[in-house]
Design a binder for this molecule. Structure first.
Ligand SMILES: Cc1ncc(COP(=O)(O)O)c(C=O)c1O
Length: 396
């Protein structure tokens, strides 16, 4: 245990020294954190048939393995009759989202997934070579998009306990304000699952230059179970330059249907709107409204995720492997060895687990699937890894 604690410190210290607080990564490494890398790795492994895909235990992309509830399926199915139309009744999705947050429709921008919202923020505020400032590792898509549009990013390593170094980020954002297009905060953070406490979010909102846009990615908001955390939507109501990104991909199980949105002050929404595609399909507009109404179904998903995450991490801890305490539908386990061959070993057992998240290359990110998925994962883990003497990360 002591040995591991030291190596963890060395790892973070080495990372800070190697990267410095001001990091600009080459494109290849940026891609290695996100979707395109996963696609490239998939290509290298060869095509996967639909049958193979269906058989796989899919715990790599933080999806909702239970699928949409009956209420959502019913309302999407009823919307098929509009499939041949351009102008059609859309179920009132924008108003429904605005009502859900106590804001006005002018404060909402829909996206084909919150991924589109993140890109739209990048395109709106980074053009001309500005930089996004955020932590590392985090949801890499923001930094990849910055690279893709010939902008850049400033990335601040996580602290030794994997929390976000928000004070360092505030300091840098002030020092280099003229270079920065927006501030990115993923809360809870992906891939670690750790929340940024509400007092730190307040310090960010109050400590940044007055007009600096702050993108707060709350993709995993619905799974959080601690009152140390709070949504940042009230800052939008205060008129702060805060953009909250939300998605129907996770709690609402609509990842392939593509629906997300931004909540922001109206002038910010007006700046961003020209860069959005507006290509949201009719089925998901109706499904999204039904999902917002079905609070019981969402509560049930949250309950199952927390229960299965607790059981799975307890099993790994008892087997001797540390896990990072998570507030999301995924967690990270410290393997003590390189993750890439481990991903392959799981793949051979028809279990798809998370990609590498450099520089945390000895951690595996595991999404929470159904009880059966998690049983298969734990059984495979025990075949791949030997038991170790018990450690307890949470107690340290
Ligand atoms: C932190 C975070 N933000 C945004 C997204 C994008 O999700 P989507 O485009 O499906 O809404 C993801 C997807 O995994 C994510 O993890």
């Amino acid at each position: 245990m002591a040995k591991h604690a030291v190596s963890r410190r060395n790892f973070m210290g080495g990372m800070a020294a190697a990267v410095g607080y001001l990091s600009t990564r080459p494109t290849a490494e940026l891609w290695a954190q996100g979707g395109p890398a996963a696609v490239a790795a998939q290509r290298a492994r060869g095509p996967m048939s639909a049958e193979m895909y269906d058989r796989m235990v899919k715990i790599s992309s933080n999806e909702n393995n239970w699928g949409p509830p009956e209420s959502v399926m019913k309302s999407m199915n009823a919307a098929w009759k509009y499939a041949n139309r351009y102008g059609y009744p859309d179920g009132g999705i924008v108003q429904a989202i605005a009502d859900h947050h106590g804001v006005k429709p002018e404060n909402i921008l829909l996206g084909a997934g919150s991924g589109e919202i993140l890109d739209v923020v990048g395109t709106t505020y980074l053009m001309g070579g500005k930089k996004a400032i955020g932590c590392d590792p985090s949801y890499g898509s923001v930094y990849q998009h910055a690279t893709a549009i010939k902008a850049d990013s400033i990335r601040v390593p996580l602290r030794a306990d994997y929390s976000l170094d928000t004070s360092k980020m505030i300091e840098l954002a002030n020092q280099r304000a003229s270079e920065i297009g927006f501030y990115y905060l993923c809360n809870p953070n992906n891939p670690t699952g750790i929340v940024v406490p509400k007092d730190e979010v307040k310090a960010i909102v109050e400590g940044l230059p007055k007009d600096m846009p702050i993108l707060i990615d709350e993709a995993y908001h619905h799974f959080v179970n601690t009152d140390r955390y709070e949504t940042a939507v009230p800052y939008v109501l205060e008129g702060r330059p805060v953009i909250v990104a939300r998605t129907f991909s996770k709690i609402a199980a609509l990842a392939a249907m593509r629906l997300g949105y931004a909540v922001a002050p109206a002038p910010i929404i007006r700046q961003m709107r020209p860069f959005s595609m507006g290509s949201i399909n009719v089925l998901v507009k109706h499904g999204g409204v039904a999902s917002l109404k079905d609070t019981a179904a969402q509560a049930e998903v949250k309950r199952k995720v927390i229960d299965l995450r607790t059981k799975t991490t307890a099993a790994l801890n008892a087997y001797g492997y540390d896990t990072i305490p998570s507030e999301t539908n995924f967690f990270m386990v410290h393997l003590g060895r390189d993750v890439q061959p481990v991903i392959q070993a799981f793949r051979e057992k028809e279990i798809s687990v998370g990609r590498p998240f450099p520089p945390m290359t000895q951690h595996l990110r595991v999404s929470i699937g159904t009880a059966e998925d998690m049983d298969r994962f734990v059984a495979a883990y025990k075949q791949i890894f030997p038991a170790k003497s018990q450690t307890n990360f949470a107690a340290r």
